[in-house]
Write a protein that binds this ligand. Structure first.
Ligand code: ADP
Ligand code: ASP
Ligand code: MG
Length: 424
């Protein structure tokens, strides 16, 4: 008998019929003899709709209230799912993040889990029930206030619970058959990846492949939780995220390139005419960091000899754009730049593969593929196992397809299926 944590994303529980379908799947696992703990996301696009609603009430909703609002989404789905399971003759009990013992820091909107004490969940399982846990939420250690874990956070709840309960596997059920070499919504010829290492999955998630939340992969790697990403709409085997070789003992297949990820959620800030003297970059990034913003790529232009001034550009999540711009503007006099440009019409493409560090020519091939497709590159950054480029947002899809083809990632077999979801 195994202990399985199953997580169902929003598109898998989008309406009453979907909830009943998922309930059936859960009872089948339970009747097969396994203990099952379920983590569930809010129905369909509920979280986005609640955010829209808050925006209609006020342009700057207090973050504490925002978290209370958003956690309501998962409460709706968890209780409905428990009812649907009970209706099939299997006992089920739902629990909020707080009841499930998910303790976080107090950063509203993107809280980090600092401890999980799932005694109530364990007790429910020991009594023979299926425990349903609201994903994406916790409670602060200090004040007992409700927090959310950031978009896609139910993935992290699931892995954290799997680690705390010592589960055999964490299954992430979504609307595609696994992790593909690119987003199947953009590249229908993308190939399903059978096994992927934590490091590569981490880079894919960090580069925008939202099929798994970044923190969930960090957590899984740290605690060695095997994650099986698969569809709730089919019975196909999905993608196993693990560093363990497969049963035959064969080493993990290590292609040069694992996949292409894209990200539409970033923006670019260019600081114009910064005095090119020591300490200015440090000052700029202190100011940005002080506003709580995580930046990504940074480029400093060659300074113009006659003026001794230069431009510095960086990318950041567009949702942090207002905070970073306000902080920099406030410090304009002491930094001494002339103006700021803000551009959120950018897209980021990343090529990921652990094998690329030992293969020269990967960047050259990437740049050639983009140039053949007539796509201009605005910024570049690299790590040992990733190359990222910034393009215009409206060229991003073409860029992803061109690069996917150039690296021979297209499948010659069937097309990837997207079973549900709005892609929002
Ligand atoms: P859920 O609601 O189940 O959490 P998400 O929308 O968060 O689902 O994640 C699934 C989506 O991730 C897919 O529908 C797909 O569009 C997108 N995606 C992006 N990159 C990839 C990839 N490389 N492989 C699979 N799916 C991807
Ligand atoms: N409902 C939350 C979101 O939409 C959490 C999740 O789905 O994982 O981001
Ligand atoms: Mg998700």
């Amino acid at each position: 008998m195994a202990l399985i944590v199953q997580k169902y994303g929003g598109s898998s529980v989008a309406d009453a019929d979907s909830i009943k379908r998922v309930a059936k799947r859960i009872t089948e696992a339970k009747r097969a003899g396994d203990d099952v703990v379920v983590v569930v996301s809010a129905m369909g696009d509920t979280t986005d709709e609640l955010i829209d609603l808050a925006q209609q009430v006020t342009p700057l909703p207090p973050q504490r209230e925002m978290d209370i609002l958003l956690t309501a989404g998962e409460r709706i789905s968890m209780s409905l799912l428990a009812m649907a399971i009970s209706n099939l003759g299997v006992e089920a009990q739902s629990f909020t993040g707080q009841q499930a013992g998910v303790i976080t820091d107090d950063v509203h909107g993107r809280a980090r889990i600092i401890d999980v004490s799932p005694s109530r969940i364990q007790a429910a399982v020991d009594s023979g029930a299926v425990a349903i846990v609201a994903g994406f939420q916790g409670v602060t250690q200090r004040t007992n206030d409700v927090t959310t874990l950031g978009r896609g956070g139910s993935d992290t709840t699931a892995v954290a619970l799997a680690a705390a309960l010592g589960a055999d596997v964490c299954e992430i059920y979504t609307d595609v058959d696994g992790v593909f070499t690119a987003d199947p919504r953009i590249v229908p010829s993308a190939r399903k990846i059978d096994r992927i290492s934590y490091d590569e999955m981490l880079e894919m998630a960090a580069s925008g492949a939202k099929v798994l939340m970044l923190r969930c992969v960090e957590y899984a790697r740290r605690y060695g939780v095997p994650v099986h990403v698969r569809s709730s709409f089919s019975t196909r085997t999905g993608t196993l995220v693990t560093d363990t070789p497969d049963e035959g003992g064969a080493p993990m297949e290590q292609p040069i390139i694992a996949g292409v990820a894209h990200d539409r959620s970033e923006a670019k800030i260019t600081i114009v005419d910064v005095p090119d003297v020591p300490g200015k970059a440090a000052r700029i990034f202190q100011v940005v960091a002080g506003s709580g913003v995580n930046l990504d790529m940074i480029v400093q232009n060659v300074s113009v000899a006659s003026t001794g001034r230069t431009d510095i550009s960086f990318t950041l999540p567009a949702s942090d754009g207002a905070a970073a711009t306000a902080a920099l503007t406030e410090h304009q006099p002491d930094i001494g730049f002339t103006s700021l440009q803000y551009d959120d019409m950018i897209g980021k493409l990343s090529l990921i593969g652990a094998g690329m560090k030992s293969h020269p020519g990967v960047s050259a091939k990437l740049f050639a593929a983009l140039s053949d497709a007539g796509i201009n590159i605005e910024m570049i950054s690299t790590s040992e196992i990733r190359i990222s480029v910034v393009t215009r947002a409206d060229q991003l899809d073409d860029a992803v397809r061109a690069v996917h083809t150039a690296f021979d990632l297209d499948s010659s077999e069937e097309q990837a299926v997207v079973y549900g979801g709005t892609g929002r």
